[in-house]
Write a protein that binds this ligand. Structure first.
Ligand code: NAP
Length: 389
């Protein structure tokens, strides 16, 4: 992205034995903390050593249920544990900056849930401390580390669908309505964009890079948060990304990447994927019927079909005749993931730490920052500010 190149290595960490176990602490005991704890179990070189909660009884209950040796009744006590190498932060977005800084100041590497922070300035503050202290730090954008997403990136790199021209992706499930919960409460950083929109945005950054134009529209609900969001991104070479997200209804939760020679559909849920379909345009472009030609032909067939049984049958098969790349030349690829999927991002953290790296090349901090800046830009288009901003 034409940015300053940052030092990705930390010589102190390079001294660590590559075979040693990496000890994890978890900060927060909510829904995703539990999932992540399960995910860590499938990694032989990870041990979940401790959990920290705002209340000791909550930490103790969590540690008992998940068989975690140590439980702390405050986040400060967790980060003071000398045996912990890295802390996974699973608190509401609004706390991410403060919790990241707490860990980094205590000398811990950090894996912080998405969105990395609430806004770009908070992200800059965290990144500056991580770099100053030469400690590993990464946004927990777990989607990027899923095997199928890696396959998609490889297929695009190999030119399987030609040059990527367009991306569509949406993330929508109804969230249980409660004005106090982290989805709908403005004070907790609520809203669809930060919670869900960050996934299609991150995919767009991964596949298309930095957009040159950003246009957005949102539906703001009774609690003041964005309940539905549509985003249009434009790129210098004319590519487009059409993204949407909602807290209120179920969408397709698919991503479709359209290239000059074919398309890849990442089946739902695209952010935790296991299946894609790839369809290629015919090699011989002369055999390809253009959209305008096909629409004229479709109309003529339709009126003729009213008079002929044979043509009626032909019309019914029309789509597969005119668009063979959508059916007969397509293929499905199923790539199942190990564990519950959260293990892949954790494995990346472990690899980076063992190799003395302070950033992941798959989810670098500069890109996290650009995504946060884009979300600031999007929110500014509908004048949404959080109370602490
Ligand atoms: N990667 C994913 O798939 C995924 C999925 C869901 C959520 N997330 C992200 O993970 C973060 C947490 O989400 P979640 O669904 O796990 O949330 P959650 O169930 O509400 O849990 C959040 C935890 O944070 C702690 N906390 C600290 N201050 C809090 C406050 N003021 N209000 C409520 N909880 C507070 C609590 O733990 P203690 O009481 O023990 O301190 C609580 O259990 C969010 O940033 C979210 O975007 C990621």
């Amino acid at each position: 992205m034409g940015e300053v190149v940052h030092e990705f290595e930390n010589s102190e960490f390079t001294m660590l034995s590559k075979s040693r176990t990496i000890h994890w602490g978890i900060l927060g005991t909510g829904l995703i903390a539990r999932e992540f704890a399960e995910g860590l179990r499938s990694l032989p070189d990870a041990q979940l050593l401790a959990v920290g909660s705002r209340k000791l009884v909550t930490a103790q209950e969590f540690s008992r249920q998940l068989n975690i040796p140590r439980a702390y009744g405050s986040y400060e006590e967790l980060v003071a544990d000398q045996d912990i190498d890295v802390v996974y932060i699973a608190t509401p977005h609004i706390r991410h900056k403060e919790d990241c800084i707490l860990c980094l100041q205590a000398g811990k590497a950090v894996l912080c849930e998405k969105p990395f922070t609430v806004n770009a300035q908070e992200a800059r503050d965290v990144i500056a401390i991580a770099r100053e202290k030469q400690l590993f730090c990464m946004e927990a954008m777990w989607m990027r580390f899923m095997p199928l997403i890696q396959t998609v990136q490889q297929m695009i790199h190999n030119g399987s669908i030609g040059e990527v021209r367009m991306l569509t992706a949406d993330f929508g499930y109804p969230a249980k309505y409660n004005p106090e919960n982290r989805f709908f409460n403005l004070k907790l950083g609520g809203g669809a964009l930060l919670d869900r929109g960050v996934y299609p945005l991150s995919l767009a950054f991964q596949l298309l890079g930095l957009p040159s134009q950003v246009v957005s529209q949102a539906s703001i609900g009774q609690t003041g948060v964005d309940e539905q969001v549509a985003i249009l991104l434009g790129y210098p070479q004319g590519q487009l990304a059409i993204l949407s997200t909602t807290l209120r209804s179920q969408t397709s939760n698919e991503a479709v990447i359209i290239g000059t020679r074919g398309q890849i559909r990442i089946h739902a849920p695209f952010f935790k994927p296991y299946k894609l379909s790839v369809s290629k345009f015919p090699e011989d472009s002369a055999s390809f019927i253009s959209a305008s030609q096909s629409s004229g032909l479709k109309q003529r067939l339709l009126s003729s079909a009213k008079q002929s049984k044979l043509l009626k049958r032909l019309y019914l098969n029309f789509n597969s005749l005119a668009f063979p790349f959508l059916g007969k030349q397509g293929k499905n690829i199923v790539q199942l993931y190990d564990g519950n999927g959260y293990n892949y991002e954790a494995a990346e953290v472990i690899q980076c730490i063992k190799n003395g790296k302070i950033e992941s090349k798959i989810m670098p901090l500069d890109e996290t920052l650009k995504i946060m800046e884009t979300m600031d830009n999007i929110r500014s288009q509908w004048n949404l500010k959080y109370p602490h901003e």
